[in-house]
Design a protein around this ligand. Structure first.
Ligand SMILES: [Ca+2]
Ligand SMILES: [Ca+2]
Length: 253
């Protein structure tokens, strides 16, 4: 039986898939793909998408890898006098967050001077199931008064929390799944349970494999998806696993 003699994976950087309205003061806050959000407001010299009120619903659909832990983060701005009202956060039409403030939450920063304002970072983690590669997010408020209560948003990022390399037993990412993730080194299996036929590799990750019976036994380096490999086979036993925050190496004799 042919054995893979070496797998090495480099997780190079935090993998950011999307950033909207992150510049200062905020040149990228207008027209960045969010539906129904084509306006900006300034608070203390910083630009926010907004201001929104009166049931405004904004949305955007992102490309997203499946079977990877993801995090959507943003800064919500509460402007002026919310009466215990909320901005609701939906992922694929399922409520994942409710952000509620009272009239006097915050400090006096901008817009109506006698009502306080507040900025708060929010994060939501999720994982798309196998076969799903898009995530839709919606934010909608239940505020009433245009002139006294509103919200804004900026620093919207979508990132892979725990980047994984997914190995599949069939071509085109089908069949059984075995994964190596940057954050779960301690639970690494010492065995690859099947013949590897395809590999899902996020941008920014490098996978190196060596098999003495494949391509003359030279190192194969992959930096993008491999939809159908020929002859990489089972690792029978890993005698050595070396892990660090950015690198996982596996070798067998
Ligand atoms: Ca204010
Ligand atoms: Ca109100």
């Amino acid at each position: 039986m042919v054995l893979i003699s070496f797998i090495k994976i480099l997780f190079l950087n935090l993998i950011l898939l999307n950033q909207d309205c992150v510049e200062l003061p905020g040149a990228d806050c207008l027209n960045n793909g969010w539906t129904n959000a084509h306006k900006v407001v300034s608070c203390q010299g910083i630009t926010y998408m907004g201001q929104f009120t009166g049931g405004r619903r904004i949305s955007k659909t992102f490309w997203c890898p499946s079977e990877n832990l993801m995090r959507l983060s943003f800064t919500i701005a509460k402007f002026d006098s919310w009466d215990g009202e909320s901005v609701f956060v939906y992922k694929d039409n399922v409520l994942i967050g409710k952000i509620t403030y009272s009239p006097y939450d915050g400090t006096y920063m901008c817009l109506i001077s006698h009502y306080p304002d507040l900025m708060e970072k929010k994060s939501y983690q999720f994982m798309l199931p196998k076969g799903q590669n898009q995530a839709n997010f919606q934010l909608v408020d239940n505020l009433e008064a245009d002139n006294e209560e509103s919200w804004g948003i900026r620093d919207i990022t979508l990132q892979v929390v725990d980047p994984c390399v997914n190995f599949y037993s069939e071509c085109n990412f089908q069949g059984d799944l075995w994964k190596i993730c940057s954050g779960n080194q301690t639970s690494l299996s010492k065995y690859v349970p099947f013949k590897i036929k395809s590999i899902f590799i996020l941008d920014g990750i490098i996978v190196q494999m060596k098999d003495q019976n494949y391509q003359g036994g030279i190192h194969q380096t992959f930096t993008s998806n491999q939809t159908c490999l020929d002859d990489f086979n089972v690792i029978k036993k890993c005698l050595h696993i070396q892990v660090s925050k950015v690198q996982i190496s596996m070798k067998i004799q």
